[in-house]
Design a protein around this ligand. Sequence first.
Ligand SMILES: [Ca+2]
Ligand SMILES: [Ca+2]
Length: 354
Amino acid sequence: MGKLLAVAVLGMAAALAAERLLAFRNRLNAAREIDPVTLPNCQLIKGIERGSEDIDILPNGLAFISSGLKYPGLKSFAPDKPGEIFLMDLNEEKPRAVELRISRGFDLASFNPHGISTYIDKDDTVYLFVVNHPHQKSTVEVFKFVEDDNSLVHLKTIRHDLLISVNDIVAMGPDSFYATNDHYFSDFILMFLEMFLGLTWSNVVYYSPKEVKEVAADFYSANGINISPDKKYIYVADILDHKVHVMEKHANWNLTHVKTLQLDTLLDNLSVDPDTGDIWTGCHPNGMKLFYSDPENLPASEVLRIQNILSEEPVVTRVYADDGSVLQGSSVASVHGGKLLIGTVFHRALYCEL
Ligand SMILES: [Ca+2]
Ligand SMILES: [Ca+2]
């Protein structure tokens, strides 16, 4: 009888593990191969070789690019080098990426930049918010951008118990923002278990010096976050659920769910075209390839444009797709005046004229 029970328990455990493995493979879209979509006028950006995870473009065409992310479980081409912020002026005939100098007093050695967001104050001061992972923790760094000097002046480091495993942010004021926590845990093994078990413990947090609170919850893994041009709606990408959530923003900063758009790809960061309101996203068609990063089977890139997300029938267009031979692991796509920048988690970046 004892042996029968042992076999039954083992059998159930094996069946559960197999079921979880299958669900996990589906979350990662592990079976998906892509059809390429090419764009005629693209070139790789010189000087960006080890990531361009997030890109934010000011209305005047200046683009900020975060580079050099070290993220648990993902590849890095320069694991010992600190991260950087690049600037690109899209008004130039042939835009170049220039590394921004960061003011003294900030710990550059542990700089590990991830999601970014810009905010322009009433006095035209430009603030750059950067998710940072010094020593694999999560902080939000607030910088002032000094254009004449191509530099960033560090203003403050924000830490909070609710900012656990921050992926991206969208600035709401000079010292307030919404942030996504892509996991409940920040420890790599626990993060992996959280994903493997399919727990929906990821959330969105609102931060201001006066109040910090969870404003949306129950995501598999909330990743990119951005805001509609009329400032009424917040968009959240759930990377492991292959969805974009539209949330309504209220006066008390709470968010309520409006609608969900289901896609067939792992959506990373979300950008919004300020002129049209279209959402542009950098996506990972197959998350398994991103984690394995096998030189024989490279992680692909995919850029989607979502038009009229609030309408009954939003239009989703695959603008660009590559099997990884040009660009591996696209995480962001941002547009300005007919120009498109595509960034990646740990690889290069692409500049295209549309
Ligand atoms: Ca961002
Ligand atoms: Ca991201």
